[in-house]
Design a protein. Structure first.
Length: 299
């Protein structure tokens, strides 16, 4: 395992088929699952750890983002990574403030409405990682479903020779989707946060029983989460998985997504619903407590 700071160093160490797992660090089992999947499919697995200032509108969120590179290196190694790329902001952005990547449409709804500029930041940093590291495969979580659609659209649209692979969401034992931000929830907010996935699972059950109308599914979620003090829903939407365009009826692979703030912490979650064969992907759950809370550091 090597920890390096420049693109040139990453490229000099790469051998065979290269897999990239982009992260903002403070790794949890969701990230480790991506790294394990990459390590199974690739000869060299690169994990990037970079808290990208370009994708944060809210500087408080940026400043309070947890960071511990030594911990990340140990965890990435245990999951099978060969290289951790932890660039300084200058390596990523020196001398090229005028260059950025915009992807039309796919970033417009949902997160695009509530986090202006976020997806330009994501598209730009991922394009730079793809250009500098030149991976054959890149692994992203379905947890960030709109981001996955955006990155896939960008890679195809710019003819980038990389296969973008989406991986299922990993959840805490009560269903809450793993996120580095979960560490900022107060004990009371942490209990309430589990209601988000419970509401999505309730809607997924309706889908499993044959409901295909987006409005009926989003209403199920709204009804379960209305009247929860301290929990504020930002949106609940159903979107096409490939285009992230909002839809009224589920015919193809789609996702039901929500964003909410719970005790002041912003969380997102979703379930994937496939209208073609009625199958679901609600992710997997940990048996015990997550490594986010300082326990065992093995996956
Ligand atoms: P982040 O560090 O939050 O930017 O996430 C880095 C990558 O890990 C992204 O592709 C995320 O979609 C993915 N990811 C984050 N949380 C989870 C999770 N709970 N399950 C699976 N993948 C995740």
């Amino acid at each position: 395992m090597k920890t390096v700071r420049t693109f040139a160093e990453v490229r000099s160490l790469e051998q065979g088929k290269v897999g990239l797992v982009p992260t903002m660090g403070y790794l949890h089992e969701g990230h480790l699952e991506l790294i394990e999947t990459a390590a199974n499919r690739c000869d060299t697995t690169v994990v990037s750890v970079f808290v990208n200032p370009l994708q944060f509108g809210d500087t408080t969120d940026l400043d309070s983002y947890p960071a511990d590179l030594q911990r990340d290196v140990e965890l990435a190694t245990s999951a099978g990574a060969n290289i951790v790329f932890a660039p300084a902001v200058d390596e990523m952005y020196a001398n090229n403030e005028a260059v950025g990547v915009a992807v039309a449409d796919v970033g417009d709804a949902m997160e695009g409405v509530h986090r202006p500029g976020h997806f330009e930041g994501v598209a730009t940093v991922v394009a730079k990682l793809f250009a500098g590291i030149q991976p054959d495969l890149a692994f992203f979580g379905r947890k960030d479903a709109q981001q996955l659609a955006l990155v896939s659209t960008m890679a195809a649209g710019l003819s980038m020779p990389v296969e973008v692979v989406g991986c299922p969401t990993v959840r805490e034992s009560d269903g809450l989707a793993l996120s580095s931000r979960n560490t900022r929830l107060s004990p009371g907010a942490r209990i309430q946060a589990a209601l988000l996935s419970a509401a999505l699972f309730g809607a997924a059950d309706r889908f499993a029983r044959g409901e295909r109308r987006a409005g009926a599914l989003t209403t199920t979620v709204h009804e379960r989460l209305a009247h929860e003090p301290g929990l504020a829903l930002e949106y609940v939407e159903v979107a096409d998985a490939a285009s992230a365009g909002l839809i009224d009826e589920i015919i193809d692979l789609s996702f039901l997504a929500l964003a909410a703030t719970v005790g002041g912490v912003r969380l997102i979650d979703n379930v994937f619903l496939d209208g073609r064969d009625g199958s679901l992907d609600v992710g997997s759950r940990l048996d015990g407590q997550s490594i986010l809370y300082g326990g065992d550091t093995c996956s």
